[in-house]
Design a protein around this ligand. Sequence first.
Ligand SMILES: C[S@@+](CC[C@H](N)C(=O)[O-])C[C@H]1O[C@@H](n2cnc3c(N)ncnc32)[C@H](O)[C@@H]1O
Length: 270
Amino acid sequence: MTEFDEDERRTWRGRAATYERSLAQLCAYPVRSLLDAAGVVAGDRMLDVGTGPGTVAALACERGAAVTAVDAEDSMLDAARRNAPEALVQHGILPRLDFGDGAFDAVTANFVLNHVGDPPAALAELRRVARAGGRIAFTIWPYPVSPLQRLWRDVSAALDVPASALPLAAARADFARTPEGLYSLMEQVGLVDLACHEVSWTHHTDPEDWWAAPAHGIGFLGKLLASLPPEGVAEARAHFERLANDYRIPDGRLALPTSALIASCTVPSR
Ligand SMILES: C[S@@+](CC[C@H](N)C(=O)[O-])C[C@H]1O[C@@H](n2cnc3c(N)ncnc32)[C@H](O)[C@@H]1O
């Protein structure tokens, strides 16, 4: 396991409730398009990796797929079992999954490949467990970043604390968060029939729910806050209040424009 992966394990430990309150609703938006990109239909054997609270798994079950869902974090598995009771939910950590070659017709990973230390190895594992002709689909937050993600960066920049201490995925294993970067990643792993498109939307959220994620150590701002003394966290919160004003709507919530890249591909005949 890389230093990056160890840091991810710490980040998500016991965080399911906070995630469900905040980022899960954001990450739910592209799920129907993700399932379409993976070609998921009734009767498919589908694997959702990094399932979190099981949003993708629940919708795939609604489609009539036979769903297996894995995550590295126990609190997420509990949430997934609650939200997707028809799915088989079990522990599993990329880049090594406990399934045989070609076990699934379709494999999905919604905002997960940005949380692994070796994305090509993780994608190669998704390829291994999908059958020849099976589909893989995954999402990533693109660069340049959207206003939603820029808000976190602006809070971090206002703090004037170096982010350089945060573990990064190994440079040789990282990829550009652009359509070109995703095509290149999929090619590197030998996948074919490549596609990538961007979906854009405005995420509406209560400011307290939104702040809950970094306040509990989630995301790069959360990792930064976790390294600060209480007065540093209070300063960050004040910057958040000020910067979030640009996105406040009359009902008091925030309206945050954002977008995601949805990539999909087919496993070639072996
Ligand atoms: C941003 S959340 C996305 C959750 C879910 N896919 C969704 O749509 O809400 C990332 C999830 O990936 C899981 N995760 C991170 N690294 C992982 C790994 N190496 N193997 C399996 N799961 C991982 C985390 O525990 C977390 O639940």
